[in-house]
Every structure is written in C-alpha cells, then in structure tokens.
Design a protein around this ligand. Structure first.
Ligand code: UDP
Ligand code: MG
Length: 205
C-alpha cells in the first residue's frame, strides 16, 4: 500500500501538477498560483526572473537536536539569505518516516535508519529562496559525513553516515512531495523579508 502511494507521489502527482501548470498557462485569465503549501517547489514564472519562491524541506535529525545543533543549522540558512517559512518540532512516527523515506524502505540499513529517526524529536523546516533546493544540498554536504567537505553541515558536525545530523530534499519534485507530507499549506507562511531585494533581483523588475 505504502509502495503504491510512494509511486503515485513520485511519478503520477508531479505529472498532474505539471499538467495543471501547463493548462493554466494556456488558458488566459486563469491564475497560475497553486495553494500556498504546494506553490513553491518547482514553480517557475514565465519570465527569466529568478524564482525566489522555490522551497525545500530541511530537517534537523534526532542526533542534531540532542547535540543542540538546531540554532547553528538555522543560522547557516539565515546567513545564506534564505527565508524560513515553516518550522515545527515533533517525534516522528514509523508510518510518517516510511512515507518520507519510501524509496529506502527495502534498503538493508532501513531498520537502523528507522530506529535512529524515531529515537527522539526532530526539527522540520521549510526554507524559501532562489535555487534553495540545490544550494541547501551543497550546504548540507555528502550523505556520508566522512566524504563531506569541511564547511558543510555534515562535514563540520558528522563522522558517520548513520548519524548525519540533517536532511535536505534532493530535487524540486522531492521537496514538493516532502513539504506536502510534513506540513499543511496553512502552516507555511508567506511573508516579505525586509532585505529581499538585497539578496536577489526582484521578481517583478
Ligand atoms: N543512510 C544510512 N546508511 C546508508 C545510506 C543512508 O544510514 O548507507 C541514511 C542517512 O541518514 C541518510 C538517509 O539514510 O541521510 C537517507 O539516505 P539518502 O541516500 O536519501 O541520503 P541523503 O539524501 O540524506 O543525503
Ligand atoms: Mg535523500
């Protein structure tokens, strides 16, 4: 059942969203905006302006919370110029984790990954900004901290793949799926950052 849901989320849903976007663009007068929770990741405006509303899901995993790294991780994303639009702390259920990591459920390391990820609270965030999915993967670093470059979160705070401190969505489609899984649209805030035009060209200009 979960596997079928996963295939739907990975393959069919992005297709439907893309199709909806195309249809809306072809029909004059129809708004192109999606509901707030779905809008950002993967959405591109028709112009060459940078998409400053791209969104990604970042999570501080239980080891990061236990080691009091939440503040330092948030600081890195703020410092880079990204905008925090959603934040919550929770204890992850096995079911939610299985949906989040639906592609990994058959991997030999999944039982220990599940034990690790449900061992304590996690902090889940949605960050917004130009190219945020790709940039945050770079900021987070290689999956295996032993391979991660110094200066990345995993390269600075981790030593082993089984305790790699943080999660970051790996693609626009992945971000869209994960954001929808962890947050309701109403829990993601749309707000103007006072320094927005200092960090990126204005979308309207
Ligand atoms: N993981 C693990 N052992 C492995 C590979 C992955 O414990 O050999 C865990 C690790 O916590 C990783 C997560 O599974 O972050 C998800 O794996 P993925 O390949 O998606 O890496 P990521 O996208 O987190 O870099
Ligand atoms: Mg991944």
């Amino acid at each position: 059942m979960l596997q079928r849901l996963c295939i739907f989320q990975r393959v069919v849903q992005p297709f439907i969203w893309r199709h909806q976007e195309t249809t809306k663009r072809l029909v004059p007068g129809l708004p192109t905006a999606l509901p707030d929770g779905l809008r950002a990741a993967g959405h591109r405006s028709g112009s060459s302006s940078p998409n400053v509303t791209e969104r990604t899901l970042i999570a501080v995993k239980p080891d990061g919370v236990q080691r009091r790294l939440v503040g330092q991780i948030i600081r890195r994303f703020e410092q880079r110029g990204f905008k925090l639009v959603g934040l919550k702390m929770l204890q992850v259920s096995e079911d939610l984790l299985a949906q989040h990591y639906c592609e990994l459920r058959t991997k030999p390391f999944y039982p220990s990954l599940q034990q690790y990820m449900t061992s304590g609270p996690v902090v889940i965030m949605v960050w917004e900004g130009y190219n945020v999915v790709r940039t945050s993967r770079t900021m987070v670093g290689h999956t295996n901290p032993a391979e991660a470059q110094a200066g990345t979160v995993r390269g600075d705070f981790g030593i082993h793949v089984s305790r790699n401190v943080v999660h970051a969505s790996d693609s626009l489609e992945g971000a869209q799926r994960e954001i929808k899984l962890w947050f309701q649209g109403k829990d993601l805030l749309k707000w103007d950052c006072c320094d927005q035009t200092s960090t990126c060209e204005d979308e309207e200009s």
